[in-house]
Design a protein around this ligand. Structure first.
Ligand SMILES: [Zn+2]
Ligand SMILES: [Zn+2]
Length: 970
């Protein structure tokens, strides 16, 4: 086993490892540097060619210091990329955004972007999501790897790679130890004994403060800032940290620990929150509950958060006091956070709260230093500002600290450790601490170094949970160890419930007399060291639960009913050999649907349809086959048909619609009969027909081999049967499943790819969907949520185009984000007009009415209305105290003669009536002019009056304006 450290070894940034194992070459991560090192942004990937090229890529997690360079790899290599599904969803967003930034810099600073959109698409297309805990075989079983949750951020994995007769390697990626608000803490599976552990050391040499205490302090500080009408900025990494902070503060507002003020969320954070909402099963129970309740627990109706989608509005919002701002980037080095910091820095009332790792050179680190020194000038982007505001640092790190890293290494029983992802000091300290803990060899590789490791002379681990002698036994003389004990309990109880130590003891074979206080205490102490697979309950410390990762991979009574996802994944792997052409699978846990990706889907249905149906019945999952043909494999198969000895150039053309492949040969005909068997094999393997053409002569393989052509016709009924003469009538193949499968699924994109396509389409539009999600009521469709559905309807054309492109039905959700509309309206109204109270939203009339002290520039009213309409499809009505809104009697309103002849569309009127009746909300105010004591002349709103009157209203709210008859006649 040989590891080349291409980047991210003595630094945080550009993480990349090139692993040679069991004679195969794997790249793990390919990140970028946020701060370039001698002008280099990428890791040393230029040496990959010399090393023989890469055969497959594994990705630990989505942070750009691990993933940002991937598109550059795919410029050259077209190899599978293994990652977890959430990581795929996040990098789709991150890479696109990074590209957008680079393109902006291109026009500004003449910098050439690292990659193009096509290369991002290649990365997405190469991606093969694998769930946690599922072992995947590569290269015919020579290498196996498994992702386990690294807790760090959503989807983050540490990877175990096992090479046949070449040892076991553990790569930590970025790893966190304790529970965060969103992601549960690390659970180390037992029985994995890596020969080498490559572990991050970001916080080597430091010990984190107690997380809960830090959260309390942070909430307290926020409260103080808000009390003095200041704003507090949390510059945060878009993935992970920002979500934590939003949840912490939303919760604090809910519990009334801090006053209700808007939490402005800006930068990439917004999009990532949507991804977090899509994976409830990977979240802490607390967040899972909130996802069930709100859908998106970060942005929900009447929630405190406001996403800033309109970049023009950033400046307006930055001036809003008091407020909370959560914005990327985390080190104030990019994204919108420096802009907010510029706005906040000069005022004593404000505060900037640092919550994560700060690079040596970053503005964030400078800010911390300045704050310690007292005062000074802070450079933010091109601006330099004097630092007056408060600054604080709160440790909410998603990286393990020295002690925790030590625990992790001990749990793996690692004797050899390589430290990466840390600066010199951190690694030096950690190295010392590791040696203290009995680690034999600690390496601190430098950039470009390679290390060779020989496998220890011992059997390689087979299954993660099969071997159990290392987990503690509860009783000296019983054979049961804890894993078996947990199995027993699960089997006996059928549910996963918490257990007291006494219960566990009874189950472990203790008689009641044997359960003494001393013995309980002994076991409690033992559990403090290693209680796996029992985990102490966080609140009720005397209770223990069986960890989900455990019962997730074992068959237990829990799984009677719908199968657990991992179980299904394992079963599929068992059943389908590599030659079946399966290359990937994905899950939609919401609809319990599994999608299998075969090189030749049609053929796969023919061969495996029955088996799939059987597994469907057993597992209670819906299993479908993606209809997309793996084109490269098709080309490969076609090339195999012509023997090398013919020495002819081959060109393969694919006709996907016709399910036909044409092979053009550069030389004159050879005898087709010679390759009849190969052609038959091709058609049999792929379900495609093959035509062989050579210069001056066309040979239709289909004519030689009638049967496959006939099959084709039997399936594609719309195709003409008499197109080609057929020698002999074969039995038509009955494939009802295939037919329905084709009808429903034809040309439908894989869902992540469809999301990506939608995102891409809206990338440069003025409005993006707030949320894009898969809905499974009836026929599955993709739902788009905009601030208002009326706004979404402006993109009808784009949406129809996307429907065609993705093969999915797209619907705009009937939805109106009142809170957001109000916030936008509030931000539009100039401060000196003095908004008097919360604007009122009139859903039925698509109006929003705001009352201000005085309208200082009446000529700008129209512009404000236009802006609101542009952003929300709602109209803005501004009223003042001078012409207030009053409830007046309908019979006191005089309708001018010229209005009496108005003809209204009956249908529309009826709709309006129904809307008022249903919503119990009154119509938006009509406009009237006072013409006498308790006498009014109607200016605008006849339809509203008619509707209100017919519903039995006697009064209606009206805005009383001072307009002369002359004005009105105009
Ligand atoms: Zn990370
Ligand atoms: Zn990292």
């Amino acid at each position: 086993m040989k590891v080349h450290f291409l980047g991210g070894s003595d630094e945080v940034g550009a993480s990349s490892l090139f692993v040679e194992i069991a004679n195969h070459r794997i790249l793990v991560d390919c990140g970028i540097r946020m701060k370039d090192r001698e002008g280099e942004i990428l890791p040393k990937i230029n040496i990959i060619d010399e090393l023989g090229g890469v055969e497959t890529v594994l990705l630990t997690h989505a942070h750009l210091d691990h993933s940002g360079g991937l598109p550059v790899i795919y410029q050259k290599y077209n190899v599978p990329l293994y990652l977890t599904a959430p990581t795929l969803a996040i990098i789709s967003i991150m890479l696109l955004d990074a590209l957008k930034v680079m393109e902006m810099e291109k026009t500004k600073e003449d910098e050439i972007p690292l990659y193009t959109l096509q290369e991002v698409e290649k990365v997405i297309a190469a991606a093969r999501p694998i769930p946690f805990g599922v072992t995947t075989e590569l290269f015919g079983g020579d290498v196996r790897f498994t992702f386990y949750s690294a807790s760090h951020i959503l989807g983050a994995a540490f990877i175990i790679i096992e090479g046949k007769d070449d040892g076991v390697l553990m790569i930590s990626g970025d790893i966190s130890y304790v529970d965060q608000v969103s992601i549960p803490g690390l659970v180390i599976p037992p029985k994995i004994k890596p020969d080498l552990v490559i572990i991050e050391s970001t916080y080597g040499g430091r010990v984190h403060a107690d997380r809960n205490e830090q959260i309390e302090k942070l909430v307290e500080q926020t409260g103080e800032v808000l009390k003095r009408s200041g704003s507090i900025l949390f510059p945060s990494f878009a993935v992970g940290r920002a979500q934590e902070i939003i949840l912490i503060l939303s919760d604090a507002i809910e519990k009334k620990k801090i006053p209700l003020v808007p939490i402005l969320v800006d930068g990439l954070v917004k999009n990532i929150c949507q991804v977090y909402s899509s994976y409830p099963d990977l979240m802490t129970p607390w967040l899972k509950k909130r996802i069930r309740k709100y859908g998106n627990p970060f942005f929900y109706d009447d929630g405190p958060t406001i996403p800033i989608w309109e970049y023009k509005k950033r400046e307006v919002y930055a001036k809003m006091r008091p407020s909370i701002i959560v914005s990327s980037s985390g080190m104030l080095s990019g994204g919108p956070s420096p802009l907010y910091a510029q706005e906040l820095a000069g005022d004593k009332r404000n505060f900037i709260a640092i919550t994560g790792y700060q690079d040596e050179e970053s503005p964030g680190r400078k800010l911390q230093q300045l704050a310690q020194e007292g005062k000074g000038m802070l450079q933010l982007g091109e601006k330099s500002v004097s630092l007056e505001c408060g600054v604080g640092t709160y440790s909410l790190s998603a990286h393990a600290d020295t002690e925790q890293l030590g625990n992790i290494i001990q749990s793996f029983g690692a004797k050899r450790v390589a430290l990466v992802h840390g600066d010199h000091g951190a690694r030096e300290f950690l190295s010392f601490a590791m040696e203290e803990k009995g680690v034999k060899e600690v390496f601190q590789p430098v950039l470009g170094e390679e290390l060779v490791f020989n496998k220890r002379g011992r059997k390689r681990t087979k299954s993660v949970l099969a071997e159990t002698e290392n987990t503690p036994k509860i009783k000296k003389h019983t054979d049961l160890n804890l894993v078996e004990l947990a199995e027993e309990l699960l089997y006996k109880d059928g549910v996963n419930r918490p257990y007291t130590i006494q219960e566990i003891m009874v189950a472990g074979g203790y008689s009641y007399e044997e359960i003494t206080e001393q013995e309980i205490e002994r076991i409690r102490k033992m559990f403090a060291i290693n209680s796996y697979p029992f985990k102490q309950d966080k609140k009720k410390k005397f209770l223990y639960r069986i960890v989900p990762q455990f019962y997730g991979t074992k068959s237990s009574p829990e799984q009677v009913g719908v199968w657990e996802q991992n179980k299904l994944a394992n079963r599929i792997q068992e059943i389908f050999p590599e030659k079946s052409g399966i290359y990937r699978h994905s899950f939609d846990s919401a609809s319990k649907t599994m999608t299998l990706f075969f090189c030749f889907p049609k053929k796969a249905w023919e061969v495996y349809g029955e088996i799939i149906k059987a597994i469907e019945e057993e597992s209670l999952w819906k299993i479908q086959i993606s209809p997309t043909v793996h084109q490269e494999s098709l080309i490969q198969e076609a090339n195999k048909v012509i023997p090398e000895s013919w020495q002819t150039e081959k060109k393969v053309s694919l006709y996907m619609q016709e399910e036909k492949v044409i092979l053009s040969l550069s030389k004159n005909p050879f005898s087709l009969e010679e390759i009849q068997a190969e052609i038959a094999e091709f058609q049999n393997r792929t379900g495609f027909t093959l035509e062989v053409i050579s210069k001056g002569n066309t040979m239709l393989a289909g004519q030689l081999l009638a049967a496959p052509v006939k099959q084709e016709n039997a399936i594609q009924k719309e195709k003409k049967t008499e197109e080609k003469p057929i020698a002999q009538k074969p039995e038509p193949v009955k494939q009802p499943e295939l037919l329905s499968f084709k009808a429903k699924q034809s040309k439908q994109m894989e869902i992540n790819q469809a999301f990506f396509t939608i995102k891409k389409r809206f990338m440069y539009e003025p409005h993006q969907p707030l949320k894009t999600s898969l809905r499974n009521e009836g026929t599955p469709y993709i739902e788009l949520i905009f601030v208002t559905n009326q706004l979404g309807e402006r993109y009808q054309e784009a949406i129809s185009g996307l429907e065609k492109e993705t093969g999915w039905q797209l619907r705009i959700k009937k939805h109106c984000d009142q809170f957001r509309i109000k916030e936008i309206a509030k931000s539009l109204i100039p401060k000196d007009w003095e908004l008097l109270k919360e604007p009122a939203v009139y859903l039925n009339d698509l109006n929003i009415v705001a009352c201000v002290k005085n309208i200082i520039k009446p000529e700008s009213l129209e512009e404000l209305d236009r802006q609101l309409y542009d952003q929300t499809a709602f109209h803005l009505k501004i009223v003042t105290l001078q012409n207030p809104i009053m409830e007046i009697r309908i019979d006191s309103i005089k309708v001018p003669n010229y209005m009496k002849n108005y003809v209204f569309n009956e249908e529309k009127l009826e709709k309006l009536k129904q809307a008022y009746a249903k919503s119990a909300k009154s119509p938006s105010p009509i406009e009237v002019r006072r013409i006498g004591n308790d006498q009014y002349l109607l200016i605008d709103g006849l339809k509203r009056i008619i509707a209100a009157k017919s519903l039995g209203y006697t009064t209606i709210s009206a805005q009383i304006v001072e307009k002369t008859l002359g004005d009105l006649l105009q």
